[in-house]
Design a protein around this ligand. Sequence first.
Ligand SMILES: Nc1ncnc2c1ncn2[C@@H]1O[C@H](COP(=O)(O)OP(=O)(O)O)[C@@H](O)[C@H]1O
Ligand SMILES: O=C(O)[C@H](O)C(=O)COP(=O)(O)O
Length: 425
Amino acid sequence: MTILLGSIADDYTGASDLANTLTKNGLRTVQTVGIPDPSLALPDVDAVVVSLKIRSVAAKDAVAAALEAESWLRGRGAGHVLYKICSTFDSTDLGNIGPVTEALLSVSGGHIALVTPAFPETGRTVYLGHLFVNGQPLDESPLKDHPLNPMRDANLARVLTRQSRGKVGLIDLPTVTDGADAVRARLDRLRAEGAAAAIADAVFERDLETLGKAALEMPVSTGASGLGLGLARALLRSGRASASDGENEAIRPVGGLAAVVAGSCSAATLKQLDAAELHMPVLRLDTEKLLAGSDEISAAIAWAGERIGEGPVAIAASAAPEVVSRLQARYGREASGHAVETATAAIAGELVERGVRRLVVAGGETSGATVDRLGIPAFLIGPEIAPGVPLLRTIGTGGNDMLLTLKSGNFGGEDFFATALSMMR
Ligand SMILES: Nc1ncnc2c1ncn2[C@@H]1O[C@H](COP(=O)(O)OP(=O)(O)O)[C@@H](O)[C@H]1O
Ligand SMILES: O=C(O)[C@H](O)C(=O)COP(=O)(O)O
């Protein structure tokens, strides 16, 4: 298998989001979970998105995992590697967007990385280096209350500088509007001034097409699905890739029971759970009792066992910011996050043991913990359920196929869970 484009995603929902965008824009794409075992038969594709769970780990560990994935992707022919980060630039001052970007540059011969989280289709735009989420500055959006990495600064050059060794420059919207040559010239000037990365403005898809065309001439870039759109379209327009119809066997029914497991505490997910409660049983986990040592996992499985034969059920740890803050104040941010992820993953594992074959998971870290617990090696990309969220079909599970949806916390409309379950047969 020789691929054109490789990507290293810092969480699993972000990986499926990007895989969805690449597929929609004509690239045959597969999503792997980490570096696949050599025995795994992957389909012939143009792009591979390697899912890693490195958004919230120590920078040195994120760098090591990313470099291993980069080497695997280059070994399969990837001429360009996109480090896929969150469209809301989820990170803390301790990394990892800066350290991983600089590490990828150091091994690829690249000198400067174009960086943009813009993804206008989902309301993420960048202007003068400032990120806006549905028109709100990042630090005034719900992302300011994220459980693991509250985003308190909309100026991405400042955010990236705080976690990078090199300087961070800006490619402003007028330069982007002047086209790919102007972007390249700006990158050359910034590199000459000692910059290792440049935040690029983007408000419309045409800006992403310009940035993708410019970025593709370099070995590395960093961004969200919007930059993936630009890279895909640049590959097709250059003739290096031929458009695929996106048809594959991902949508073939798997049957079995169905469930939703939610760990995202985003405003979107909380609304989606409230809407789901109108048409399906929803269990809200008591995370205080969970962390105090009560066997909430067994209780949740017993609750599900009484209901799941009648139809899909949802089990959610998700809670409002003030509830999350209380738990974090008592047990610590990282410890409570990890404990809850471990619990929701264990619940998902027990549900699959009891016949669930169609599973919707809400949350990036939550999805990573769950997919790792289920031991899934890779996914085929199915149809889009909502912008940024595709249906996925497992591969490499010995014929015991499952359909999954790994929903980015902030994505999807209020009826997302009903829509996803209706498409997963
Ligand atoms: N009630 C809760 N209290 C504290 N942390 C929680 C609670 N529910 C979920 N979490 C944690 O919050 C984090 C949510 O992150 P993630 O799954 O990536 O969602 P998102 O996609 O919205 O960022 C996870 O670490 C999860 O374990
Ligand atoms: O928003 C994005 O770019 C991706 O979908 C993503 O990274 C989602 O991460 P989350 O933790 O599920 O919000």
